[in-house]
Design a binder for this molecule. Sequence first.
Ligand code: GTP
Ligand code: MG
Length: 194
Amino acid sequence: MSNSNVAECPQEPIPEYAFIGRSNVGKSSLINMLTGQKHLAKTSGRPGKTQLINHFKINNNWFLVDLPGYGYARVSKKDKKTFQKYIRDYFDNRKQLITAFVLIDIRHRAQAVDLRFMEWLGTHQIPFAIIFTKADKLKPKAQGEHVSSYLKELLDGVWEELPPYFITSSAKQTGREEVLDYIEGINRQFYKNQ
Ligand code: GTP
Ligand code: MG
């Protein structure tokens, strides 16, 4: 189901996981990789492809949510405002949301827009995990170095504790099991406590 209004999103009380990050970071590609369906979420080299709140129901058991990207300079000011409103409304209102996966391009140093977003999640008490994307763009040694320095920047900033994190590549299908196992573990707990 695709919506521009959070009030019209599906109401089933099943656990929900949102994928969020800068436009073009690889959210839709990651969703396709996780679900094993190449064309489920629309992807594009042009930022701003995903423009709605997209719910995908997985195994009748949980929702995976693809959101529009935030903070990309090449998206028009008007679009940026609209996306920001969807995103804010979404996070302010979705009681079903268990965890937000914040996607970070593994090649980049910590960017203010991502750090601000994670802080905003923190102040709204929304649990999150980091997914580093596009790992195939770096050699294995550089992957480790980039991740360590990213995490160090978090600890040097406002965070006292690091969130769970995953290293993924949709191009090379890396990190799929790790992310799915993490979600499944939480779901198991969720249904046990019902
Ligand atoms: P918006 O919907 O515009 O916010 O973008 P998005 O975050 O959904 O990104 P999308 O999945 O559409 O991918 C953006 C671009 O990055 C596309 O050209 C993808 O092919 C490319 N891309 C995504 N994941 C990977 C990856 O793991 N490796 C490589 N090399 N390229 C990737
Ligand atoms: Mg997208």
